[in-house]
Write a protein that binds this ligand. Sequence first.
Ligand SMILES: C[S@@+](CC[C@H](N)C(=O)[O-])C[C@H]1O[C@@H](n2cnc3c(N)ncnc32)[C@H](O)[C@@H]1O
Length: 206
Amino acid sequence: MTTRTEHWNKIFSTKSDPELGWYEKDVAQTTKFMDEMQTTESSTVFLPGAGTSALVDELLARGHTLILNDISDQALNTLKNRVGTSDRLRWLHHDISKPLPDDTPQAHIWIDRAVLHFLLSEEDIQGYFANLQSGISPGGYALLAEFSTTGARKCAGLKLHQYSIDEMAGRMGPAFELVMHEDYTYTNPFGDPRPYIYALFKKNGG
Ligand SMILES: C[S@@+](CC[C@H](N)C(=O)[O-])C[C@H]1O[C@@H](n2cnc3c(N)ncnc32)[C@H](O)[C@@H]1O
């Protein structure tokens, strides 16, 4: 984990939020998909690479309990300085391609914006989906927002694995049903278009 952590720590320690190539002040594209979910205020949300996202503030304002994971302890510290500590926040410094700690509670909602697409090896991708599949409670949801097959090939100086809806759905497996998906072009702070695919899945049961 050291090299990856160092890479991301360097970014988060040298750039302010608006200088990040994925900075999103308005999280409406994500909350639009949340409107399709059956949730309660007490629903737990797992963010596999929270970064310093403004989504955290929005989810807290909605009353949710959050599990904030990131490979970068620098990002988590910056986020902690902004949102503070609370018994509704659980902090996890972990590489999401590796098995989650045994005491990690299941979440009702998993929201990944621009994290999965950094995993390149088949082993890492499968490790990620194993965490996702076991980390969501029956009847829960996964929202994946990744660079699409028409998107950029690199971000944050790293190569990317671009996703089609077919690959996403295939990797989610039979326990998840596709609820809705959408191509969405995000314009980054430098004015560059970044085509994403957003896909919402619901886990069977519950
Ligand atoms: C492009 S940023 C997106 C951050 C946030 N989701 C957002 O939308 O603002 C990618 C984030 O994923 C984290 N990350 C990258 N690889 C990771 C891994 N293997 N495990 C956990 N977090 C990872 C990075 O540290 C960074 O915070």
